[in-house]
Design a protein around this ligand. Structure first.
Ligand SMILES: CSCCC(=O)C(=O)COP(=O)(O)O
Ligand SMILES: [Zn+2]
Length: 204
């Protein structure tokens, strides 16, 4: 994976995500794996719709910057995911209204989604009849703690596709940037459907 391919892929993803309103007001952060031991991550505090080549830096998988700049405040979540699975090649973190609200409306540690054809947008999911369970973690400003909680839950059972942080947003990932984008878009569609079902009092 070359640096210029990765930064252009994340710039493109940022424009696309911004057009959908999923990263308002500098919210969100993105990364791509550059190899076994490093990743490219967005700099902290940048608007994700207007990223340029200057808005990225490299970090090792302990989350430490190895090129100049201040990495995203949430870098430790990205690097925890890269450590947990060598299959993960890209991570997109967004702050959509649906992920923020639905994660607050849902008690417990996961959001069940069932009965939607679009569950098949998530890798390995072949039917609307299975229940997709998306993990929810309580929000914290301590990224070390959040990263440890993710690692702990992953070791009990590997997580798939993404996770929600309550009242905060979604982390979606994939083997490639294209797969991460598909998981993000599929999950956002499912969240919007679930919100509408709850608003209308529907089931079935
Ligand atoms: C106004 S966004 C609050 C911080 C956050 O949750 C986020 O995703 C952006 O943080 P970063 O340091 O990556 O810009
Ligand atoms: Zn965030």
């Amino acid at each position: 994976m070359t640096l210029s391919f990765a930064s252009q892929a994340l710039i493109d993803a940022g424009r696309w995500i911004d057009q959908r309103g999923w990263c308002p007001a500098t919210g969100g952060n993105f990364s791509m794996r550059l190899g076994d031991d490093r990743a490219l991550v967005t700099a902290s505090g940048r608007h994700k719709g207007y990223l340029t080549d200057e808005d990225f830096l490299q970090v090792n998988l302990a989350g430490e910057a190895i090129t100049p700049g201040k990495p995203s405040a949430e870098t430790l979540v990205h690097t925890a995911l890269y450590r947990l699975s060598p299959q993960i090649g890209a991570v997109l973190h967004t702050h959509s209204v649906a992920s923020t609200v639905l994660s607050r409306l849902t008690p417990g540690d996961h959001l069940p989604l069932e009965g939607f054809e679009m569950q098949k947008s998530l890798q390995g999911n072949l039917t609307h009849e299975a229940t997709v369970c998306l993990p929810i973690f309580d929000n914290t400003q301590d990224m070390q703690i959040l990263a440890e909680q993710i690692e702990q839950r992953w070791r009990a059972r590997p997580l798939q596709w993404g996770l929600l942080v309550r009242g905060h947003g979604l982390y979606a990932w994939g083997q490639t940037i294209d797969e991460a984008r598909r998981h993000l878009e599929g999950l956002e569609f499912l969240f919007a459907c679930e919100m509408e079902m709850r608003r209308l009092g529907g089931r079935g």
